[in-house]
Design a protein. Structure first.
Length: 296
């Protein structure tokens, strides 16, 4: 059964099919023809053979309504010797179906697996087969926030590849760039990418990210500074809401809206009043009592 890490890598390429040819060109120095569209097509590569051949993902590059190139993408998390026998069949069957050049791109999160996957496969006679291989050390370190926002999937892939690097400050900066790139996406994709970024960080990089002082870190744009400040306000508001509920019971929607829309200064004031306030209204600095459900 495919693992979470396996599916996470595939998700990035499904969401942005052009990421695969871009990486082959820019990172692996491969030749990819000009194209107008990159799209996901059927990954069933069985021809008339009795064995079933199914790749992880197939990306078809088209120009003038015809395929000009195809990329078979395989996420490989461990060494599987049988893949050296089936990978050439993937390429041959798809090439026969589309009648255009086809390559195999192996993406892996492990350098040892990358070295194994990159070995040339002797096919017999003068024929050899070799895939493109993208290991973690090949993935660009995306730190520039503008570059990250221009290519969110590459930024997230970068965070996944370098989240456990020994340079924890660098890993945290890459994670920040990926988070910034995820902010403007649709809600579902943004939440998913945030989870992928955080889950890919090692403990040291996670601690560095959590303790990084937004007042001293140099962000490149007003957008980034606004985002970090906004994140600080949201975190403070969430803490105040938990403390209010603990002291005074379940909070009404009006109270929650009041706290969520408050500024950092107002939230700090509520936190100070909370220490000695006898009522919710007093904690909020309001004379009018809000509806609460008494704690059990």
């Amino acid at each position: 059964m495919p693992s979470h890490l396996h599916e996470s890598h595939l998700l990035l390429f499904r969401n942005q099919p052009a990421l695969a040819p871009e990486l082959i060109r820019a990172v692996l120095n491969g030749k990819v023809p000009e194209y107008h569209e990159a799209r996901i097509v059927s990954a069933d590569l069985t021809d008339i053979q009795p064995a079933e051949y199914r790749a992880d993902l197939v990306i078809e590059l088209r120009d003038d309504n015809a395929p000009v190139f195809a990329i078979i993408l395989e996420v490989q998390l461990s060494v599987e010797k049988r893949k050296h026998y089936v990978w050439p069949a993937y390429v041959a069957n798809l090439r026969a179906r589309l009648r255009c050049p086809v390559c195999l791109l192996v993406v892996t999160a492990d350098e040892a697996v990358a070295r194994w996957a990159a070995r040339s496969v002797e096919m017999g006679g003068p024929q050899f087969f070799a895939p493109y291989v993208l290991g973690p050390s090949c993935v660009p370190e995306v730190i520039d926030e503008h570059a990250a926002r221009a290519n969110p999937e590459l930024a997230v892939l970068s965070a996944m590849a370098h989240g456990r690097d020994t340079n924890v400050e660098r890993a945290a900066q890459i994670a920040i760039a990926a988070q910034l790139a995820s902010v403007g996406l649709d809600a579902d994709r943004s939440k998913l990418y945030f989870d992928l970024i955080l889950n890919s960080l090692g403990e040291a990089a996670r601690n560095a990210l959590n303790t990084m002082d937004a007042r001293t870190y140099e962000y490149q744009s007003d957008f980034a500074r606004h985002y970090v400040a906004q994140g600080e306000v949201k975190g403070r508001a969430a803490l105040i809401l938990r403390l209010l509920a603990f002291r005074f019971g379940a909070l009404s929607a009006d109270v929650r809206d009041t706290v969520i829309s408050a500024s950092i200064t107002d939230l700090d004031a509520i936190g100070e009043r909370l220490l000695s306030a006898a009522t919710l209204a007093e904690a909020l600095g309001q004379s009018e009592r809000h509806n609460v459900t008494p704690p059990a």
